[in-house]
Design a protein around this ligand. Structure first.
Ligand code: 6R9
Length: 659
């Protein structure tokens, strides 16, 4: 093991990175004292605090009468009741008269290098108005749902903003989902219109998309119209009377035609986004107008410390909540410049992200740990081909970032000096909940640090009593916040039982976490990922992090395997670095390694080497599937969200050889 590696794996809880004092003067939150004061104020007077934030950040057609009405028993939460506003107005119209009219709103980089488009706020406004008029002609009105199944192209953002202009909630289905997944989501939301494209361009290939839409629409009686963007130029079947081309429709609209914004109530539905639960069909998470946008703008401003000159890039797909809040709504509400990228990090070469950073002189960069680990595997040479000196702030989201990945990111992308904000949140929370503030919070690699101002995050035991430092517990939020989900579409009962039944008077996140002695939060993963070995609670993330700290390991996933005596025993799936021999010695080494890193209790009983792990298309490891494999069950439940289903067959074979 190299010395450097040794040092990295010893750091763990120990190392603290202090904020860059020279940046504090310009920051929105300048110090821990600032943070503490703001948090305290928000805790003592939530209505005063959020009412002020909502007025500072958004433009309202008429003021709200009441900041919050909360009823945990029903449950029902109303933010900014009586207030009237419009999301499209806040993201576009108001910037036409506040000095940002000619500023780049969206910088789009297509998968082919030569495909770049830049929309100023004025240009984006024009396109959104034109497309809103198209939708109007198709009969879309306030309250109608519109389904979007599209690649990462500007038309996706345009369609979202056009929907919000009309007050028509959108329901975006990630373009990587299958026709079955699309069909069930459209059916659940009863969308009237579907917007899609002929194809998705991905890693140099043209992957037809329209056939999936056609397949789904065979069984979607609610959909009357389908609008198709030409992206791949491949042949598609158009159904007479139902399908039309985006360019034909929009070209029929006057280029100067306006489309007035609907005056929406703060609590009118804004969008539905489906997310998978631990059981049953996906839940349609409902977000509403005033609270969601306030919270998206608030968190974008504080966590990413966005300023008017910044070029900000979030690499998520708009099909996930991260793309909704941090590519489109948060940045545009603030009048920022947001980069949208159609491609993948590794094509044509594993330096594509850094090339884009250099090309647009990106200042703020937000990505996922799975991306960092994949790029780590390719080696740090790839980070050296471009000038990354424009960067001033890095972010991470989606899963716990293991300290090794954090340190790699910090050193190779952040030049050993940039803050990394590890942001914990969920589709349901609408925006970031626990995160460092980049120029205030001392950072500990692997910790999401502290709750944002106004967020009453707590760690409690099953009976609701507070957990002690270093004792794992349930992560709950025991005060409402403006970005919280307002319902599960069409299923209020599920809304109640999933989120508000477990801990009376609080929102249950379903995640496990612990505080350390400094009150920093360490997210341990979904609670169903916590293993109980002989009465000891072990976070899968902790063991995974230890495995990944080994110099020969790229990725690891740990699950509990039923065990007669211990209750559960630890089963680890491990992907090794290219060229490393997956033999018995390696198994032995890794067991000793984990034993040393965490302790004997954490030593995996089984280690299965795997070329790949089953992941969702957003890069989350599907531990549910891994658990089923170790249980010897052939029934993997809904696997429609798997990026590569063939991985599972290989793992089942490997498991048979091992156990
Ligand atoms: C934004 C997003 C939510 C789940 C969440 C948690 C995990 C997200 C994390 C994190 C540790 C972080 N998660 N961010 N775990 N540290 N910084 O990812 O939403 O797709 O709904 O997933 O992701 O387990 O409960 P969503």
């Amino acid at each position: 093991m190299s010395d450097e590696k040794k040092i990295e794996s010893m750091q763990k809880d120990g190392q603290v990175f202090q904020p860059d004092e020279s940046m504090q003067g310009q920051a929105w939150i300048k110090s821990m004292a600032d943070y503490e004061a703001e948090h305290e104020r928000a805790m003592n007077d939530p209505e005063g605090y959020w009412g002020e934030r909502a007025k500072d950040l958004l433009s309202w057609f008429s003021d709200f009468d009441k900041v919050l009405e909360a009823d945990y028993d029903k449950p029902e939460f109303k933010w900014f009741a009586g207030g009237k506003t419009n999301v499209s107005y806040n993201c576009l119209d108001r910037h036409l008269t506040n000095g940002r009219r000619n500023k780049a709103a969206l910088i789009w980089q297509g998968e082919p290098e030569e495909d770049t488009r830049v929309y100023s706020y004025q240009m984006l406004h024009t396109e959104v108005c034109r497309f809103a008029n198209v939708l109007k002609k198709k009969g879309v009105k306030r309250g109608d749902r519109v389904a979007l199944y599209m690649p990462m192209i500007p038309e996706l953002a345009i369609a979202m903003l056009a929907c919000t202009r009309l007050g028509a909630p959108h329901s975006i289905v990630f373009a990587g989902f299958s026709s079955i997944a699309l069909q069930s989501r459209i059916e659940d939301s009863e969308a009237r219109v579907l917007i899609t494209a002929d194809a998705v361009l991905r890693a140099g290939k043209t992957i037809p998309l329209k056939p999936n839409a056609d397949e789904a629409l065979k069984d979607c009686p609610s959909v009357e119209q389908c609008i198709v963007v030409k992206r791949g130029g491949n042949d598609v079947d158009m159904v007479e009377g139902r399908d039309c081309w985006w360019h034909d429709e929009i070209n029929a609209e006057d280029i100067t035609s306006d489309c007035p914004c609907e005056e929406m109530d703060a609590e009118d539905p804004l969008f539905i986004l489906y997310t998978s639960g631990s059981t049953g069909k996906p839940k349609g998470v409902l977000h509403t107008t005033g609270g969601y946008l306030t919270y998206a703008a608030h968190t974008t401003q504080y966590v990413f410390d966005v300023k008017d000159d910044d070029v900000y890039w979030c690499t998520a797909d708009v099909g996930w909540i991260t793309g909704h809040s941090y590519i489109v709504y948060g940045p545009l509400a603030l009048g920022a410049t947001s980069v949208m990228f159609e491609g993948v990090p590794s094509f044509p070469k594993p330096d594509r992200y850094w090339q884009i950073v250099d090309k647009f002189k990106v200042n703020i960069f937000y990505t996922a740990p799975t991306v960092i680990r994949a790029l780590m595997r390719e080696g740090e040479e790839w980070t050296k081909h471009y000038d990354l000196s424009s960067l001033r702030l890095l972010g991470s989201v989606g899963e716990p970032i293991n300290p090794e990945a954090w340190l790699w990111y910090h050193k190779n992308i952040g030049g050993g000096r940039l803050p990394i904000v590890d942001t914990w949140w969920q589709t349901e929370t609408g925006g970031i909940m626990i995160s460092a503030l980049p120029y205030a919070t001392p950072l500990k690699p692997g910790s999401a640090t502290r709750p944002l101002p106004g967020i009453a995050a707590k760690i409690v035991r099953r009976d609701g009593s507070p957990a002690d430092p270093n004792e794992g517990g349930h992560l709950i939020i025991d005060k409402p916040w403006p970005g919280m989900l307002r319902n599960v579409w069409g299923d209020s009962e599920r809304y109640k039982t999933t989120y508000f039944a477990g801990f009376p008077g609080a929102y249950e996140s379903g995640d496990g976490a612990r505080y350390d002695d400094d009150g920093y939060f360490w997210i341990m993963g979904r609670l169903d990922d916590v293993i109980n070995v002989s009465g000891h609670r072990m976070g899968t993330a902790e063991i995974e992090s230890a495995l990944v700290a080994h110099e020969d390991v790229t990725e690891a996933a740990v699950v509990g395997m039923p065990h007669e005596v211990k209750g559960e025993t630890i089963y680890a799936y491990v992907t090794l670095k290219a060229g490393v021999e997956p033999d018995d010695d390696m198994v032995k080494n890794l067991k000793i390694w984990v034993r040393k890193e965490i302790g004997p209790i954490a030593t995996p009983e089984f280690i299965q080497f795997a070329d790949g792990l089953p992941k969702t298309r957003s890069g989350k490891i599907m531990r549910r599937v891994l658990r089923k494999i170790v249980e010897g069950s052939g029934d993997f439940g809904d696997t429609s969200t798997l990026a590569d289903p063939s991985v599972v067959t290989d793992l089942v074979e490997g498991n048979k050889d091992l156990v």
